[in-house]
Design a protein around this ligand. Structure first.
Ligand code: ADP
Ligand code: MG
Length: 151
């Protein structure tokens, strides 16, 4: 699987990349977001939401598992960390296979619900303001999306 790596040197650069992605996503797109605490997952999601036209402020969904925002398309921001080792079915399929855009943090904890085709995004801390953002598209739709994003 091909991966694309982008270096950002500031919060703003990460936001800008995510914003552009937000302008390009389509109904049903699934994105997973991985990275340590402070890597920039929330920052990235905020930029993506802006690009989607979400006006409300996006913050971490840790204590709610899923937050829905309305933009050009619905945005479903999920943080399923608390579902580790749990068999709880919170109706993910409705969102994941719905008409909105899903951003899933800690997707490995609900692996059985996460489609094979998706864009996996990993953010790595490289210095105070340096981050490495790895994009791994699985499936034609996401290869196209990444090419548009980087063009
Ligand atoms: P997470 O949700 O992964 O825990 P946050 O997005 O909440 O991370 O926090 C990332 C922090 O790192 C913010 O304080 C942000 O300003 C800072 N930061 C510094 N450089 C960058 C960068 N290049 N990209 C994203 N965030 C950055
Ligand atoms: Mg966060």
């Amino acid at each position: 699987m091909e991966t694309y790596t982008i270096q950002t040197a500031s919060r703003e650069e990460t936001t800008e990349l995510a914003y552009k992605l937000g302008t390009l996503v389509q109904p049903g797109d699934v994105l997973t977001l991985e990275g340590d605490l402070g890597a920039g997952k929330t920052t990235f999601t905020q930029g993506l939401a802006k690009g989607l036209g979400v006006k409300r402020n996006v913050n971490s969904p840790t204590f709610t598992i899923m937050k829905e925002y309305n933009g050009r398309l619905p945005l479903y921001h999920m943080d399923v960390y608390r579902l580790e080792n749990s068999d709880e079915d919170l109706g993910f399929e409705e969102y994941i296979y719905g008409e909105g855009v899903c951003v899933i943090e800690w997707a490995q904890f609900i692996q059985e619900y996460v489609p094979q085709d998706k864009l996996s995004i990993t953010i790595r801390h490289k210095g105070d303001n340096q981050r490495e953002i790895e994009l791994q598209p699985a499936g034609e739709r996401y290869i196209t999306l990444v090419k548009e994003l980087l063009s």
